[in-house]
Design a protein around this ligand. Structure first.
Ligand code: FES
Length: 358
C-alpha cells in the first residue's frame, strides 16, 4: 500500500497566516480582510495499520467486510420473511408486537450490515493517508474537471472498488435487496377488494327507506315541507360495520319545491315525488359535502371551492370547478307514505377517478 503521508510538506501550505489587503477595485463595504493567525499544526505522524504491513491481515479484513454485507442481505430476507410469518391481526396487540419486533430486527441487520461494512472497509483497507483539499471557486475549469476525473480514478484505485470484486459484488447485492421490504410493505397497503366496484355502488337499493341523518328515523313525504331540506342516509346504515365508508358515498340531500319548478330530462320524469328530489351530497369536484341550500334560487353550494348546482335542472353545474352534476337518487313512496329509493344511484357519486366510464 502506498504511503502518501507527508506531514511536513502537506501542512506547509494550509492555513499559513495570511494577510490580505483590500483590492483597489473592490466595492466599498464588500471586501473582506482576512488575517488567519492560527498556525497550521500540520498532520499528526502517520501510524501504519496492521493491514498496511501484513497482506494476510488485509485478506482477513476483506472477508469480514464481505461477511457484514452478506449479513445485510440475510437481514433483508429475514425482514420480509418476518412480515409474512407474523401478520398483524386487527385488535391483537401481540401480533402487532411480534410483527414490529422481527421486522425491526431484520431491517436493523440489513442497514447495520451495510453501514458497518462500509466503515470497516474504509478503515481497514482503503488508503489511510491524510488529504488536503484546497478551497476553490465554484466555476469549474477544464483543469478542475480533469482533476475530478483523476479523483474518481484514484478513489477507485485506492478503495479497490474495481479490483476487490468480492466486496464490490456483495455490496451491490446488499444495496439491491435493501429496498425490497419497502416494496412488500407498500404493496400490502393496497385494498384487498377491487376499489372500483366499491366506488360504483352505495348502500342505496330498490325500496330502501330514506332516513334522517344521524338518527336513522324514516321520513314521510308529508314531513318534507316546501322549501325544507333534509340530510339523509339509507335505512340500516347505522348498523353497517363500515358505517363511515358507506356514509361517505351514500349521504344525500332531500329538498322539496314546486313540481312545476323541476325540469326533468327524458327518462327521469318519475325520479322525483311531488316536487321532492334527492341528490348526492358528495361534491363532484373533490368530494366535500355540498350542504348549503339556497331556498329562493334552489341552488346548492359547495363551501370548499364554491361550486354551485341548480336543483331545478338536475343539479347541473352553474358555477365553480366541479365538472359534473350531482347524481340524483330516484325516489318514490311506499304503501305507508315513507320515502324510498327506486334504485341505487345510476352513476358513481363523488369526484372522478381513472376507471370511471360515465
Ligand atoms: S369540493 Fe366542492 S367545489 Fe371543490
Amino acid at each position: 500500500m502506498a504511503d502518501h503521508h507527508d506531514g511536513e510538506s502537506g501542512g506547509g501550505t494550509v492555513g499559513t497566516a495570511v494577510e490580505k489587503t483590500v483590492p483597489k477595485d473592490s466595492a466599498p463595504g464588500t471586501a473582506v480582510v482576512v488575517a488567519d493567525r492560527v498556525e497550521n499544526p500540520g498532520f499528526p505522524p502517520f501510524r501504519a495499520r496492521v493491514g498496511d504491513k501484513f497482506p494476510a491481515k488485509q485478506r482477513e479484513a476483506e472477508k469480514r467486510v464481505s461477511l457484514l454485507f452478506i449479513l445485510s442481505i440475510v437481514g433483508t430476507v429475514a425482514a420480509i420473511t418476518a412480515y409474512i410469518i407474523f401478520p398483524i391481526t386487527p385488535g391483537d396487540m401481540l401480533s402487532v408486537r411480534l410483527n414490529n419486533l422481527f421486522l425491526g430486527i431484520g431491517m436493523t441487520l440489513a442497514l447495520l450490515g451495510i453501514g458497518i461494512g462500509a466503515v470497516h472497509w474504509s478503515k481497514s483497507l482503503m488508503n489511510g493517508h491524510d488529504l488536503v483539499e484546497m478551497r476553490h471557486g465554484t466555476r469549474g475549469s477544464d483543469e478542475t474537471r480533469a482533476a475530478a476525473v483523476e479523483i474518481f480514478r484514484l478513489g477507485n484505485e485506492e478503495s479497490g472498488f474495481g479490483r476487490r470484486t468480492l466486496i464490490r459484488n456483495t455490496l451491490i447485492g446488499a444495496l439491491v435487496v435493501t429496498p425490497l421490504p419497502a416494496i412488500v410493505l407498500f404493496r400490502d397497503l393496497a385494498p384487498a377488494a377491487d376499489p372500483v366496484a366499491g366506488l360504483k355502488h352505495t348502500l342505496w337499493a330498490k325500496d330502501t327507506r330514506l332516513t334522517r341523518d344521524p338518527s336513522g328515523t324514516p321520513i314521510k313525504a308529508s314531513d318534507v315541507t316546501l322549501g325544507s331540506v333534509f340530510h339523509v342516509i339509507p335505512e340500516g346504515l347505522n348498523d353497517a360495520t363500515d358505517k363511515l365508508e358507506q356514509k361517505a358515498k351514500a349521504a344525500v340531500l332531500l329538498m322539496r319545491m314546486k313540481p312545476e319548478d323541476l325540469h326533468p330530462s327524458a327518462g327521469r320524469e318519475n325520479w322525483a315525488y311531488d316536487g321532492i328530489v334527492a341528490y348526492s351530497k358528495i361534491c363532484t369536484h373533490v368530494g366535500c359535502p355540498v350542504a348549503l341550500y339556497e331556498q329562493q334560487t334552489h341552488h346548492l353550494l359547495c363551501p370548499c371551492h364554491q361550486s354551485q348546482f341548480d336543483i331545478t335542472h338536475e343539479a347541473e353545474v352553474i358555477f365553480g370547478p366541479a365538472k359534473r352534476p350531482l347524481p340524483q337518487l330516484p325516489i318514490t313512496i311506499d304503501a305507508d307514505g315513507y320515502l324510498i329509493a327506486r334504485s341505487d344511484f345510476t352513476e358513481p357519486v363523488g369526484p372522478s377517478f381513472w376507471e370511471r366510464t360515465l
